[in-house]
Design a protein around this ligand. Sequence first.
Ligand SMILES: Nc1ncnc2c1ncn2[C@@H]1O[C@H](COP(=O)(O)OP(=O)(O)OP(=O)(O)O)[C@@H](O)[C@H]1O
Length: 450
Amino acid sequence: MSAFKIFLVEDDEFYGKLLKHHLSLNPDYEVELFTSGRELLENLYKKPNVISLDYTLPDMSGANVLRDIKKQYPEIPVIIVSGQEDITTAVTLLKEGAYDYIVKDKDTKERIWNVVKHIRENAKLKDEIDRLREEVNQKYDFSNIKGNSPAIKRVFKLIEKASQSNITVSICGETGTGKELVAKAIHYNSARRKKPFVAVNIAAIPKDLIESELFGHEKGSFTGAINRRIGKFEEANGGTIFLDEIGEMELHLQAKLLRVLQEKEVTRIGSNTPVKIDARIISATHRNLQEEVKAGRFREDLYYRLIGLPIELPPLRERGNDILILAKHFADEFAKENKMEKVVFTPEAQEKLLRYHWPGNVRELKAIIELAVVMSDDGKITEENINFTNSNNNIQDLLHESGTLRDFTNKIIQYYLEKYDNNVLEVAKRLDIGKSTIYRLIKNKEIILK
Ligand SMILES: Nc1ncnc2c1ncn2[C@@H]1O[C@H](COP(=O)(O)OP(=O)(O)OP(=O)(O)O)[C@@H](O)[C@H]1O
């Protein structure tokens, strides 16, 4: 890190040198001393990290120097050091942007030292935040959403459109299709990218806490409200709030949410004062909201408020070759993170991935690929390394698979055997088939007892 530049302005040369010597004890500080306001202003182009300014200077008043600094470089913190304690002057200067006001006494050196230390720590934190923001921006760059299929290309186009304005966006798609990823891509590609992206999963918050989580509460407004807390809407001010699983919200809360969206202000529980909010709304659901409206479980007026620009995320099984693009992406990423050799997929493994129906979508693919990389030998992912943990657990999933009637029959029998702890008699009774049929299938290894 480069040196931390401190400018000292002090007309009493002896006292100035004393301060300079004291601050220079920190080897990271580079201190320059000036004895007049003019001299300081002429050197401002060197952009110090902090200025300690004596209030009474021979050529200009401290207030004027402060004004000039703030006009040119509003971000440079200025500490005012004054010979006298004058509250009115102190308040005025602080209002005009001074960082602190210190009265000259025997402790001045230490106090300047402490304030400078504080400013430096804040500057370091700010740099860190900027660096992390930049990193996050890159992470949610478009290029991180993988896929080439016409279905996902349509989604890219909509993300681009949504990023260019503040329009409300609603995303719908099965679990694990990338709804949150899309919401982040919109936020981090929009003019709001430097402000917060706040995600709230409605389904994950206990029902009686949702209101306080979203809108905040005042201290003591209900049992358990020990401290005042701002809600997610206020937290997202200037940025984006992502309301995930919006279809799970109860009707009475839907009414409150609608009011917030209409008025563009929130009132914390236990408070009477509304707070203006400016947050872009992106909502997501795996449900068909129109059906929910028809069934009376979702308010129609809220539906129209939220729908804005609708983005439908296709399930992975409808994205064709994207399955292989994503598989390679996750495998490379995992290998890199774990300092492992890159792996390739055998043609049979690729076939297996393409044949599966992916009920858990991209999230499931990621998990299966990571395990496959771990299980692979000699840099090759084979058919055996790919294990679909889900496939036999849900009879509904069978409908998405391809196969002959005989394959389906065997899978159904297998499913029932697992369900009834391999009790052949029970399964035969339930499916109304002969027990000998089941024994034959087991003997021929068409069905494997687990
Ligand atoms: N097109 C894609 N390219 C790369 N990674 C993706 C893609 N789509 C999803 N992912 C990854 O898959 C995982 C699941 O995505 P995400 O959490 O956005 O899904 P979701 O639809 O919000 O899930 P849920 O419905 O469970 O909330 C994440 O790790 C995400 O980074």
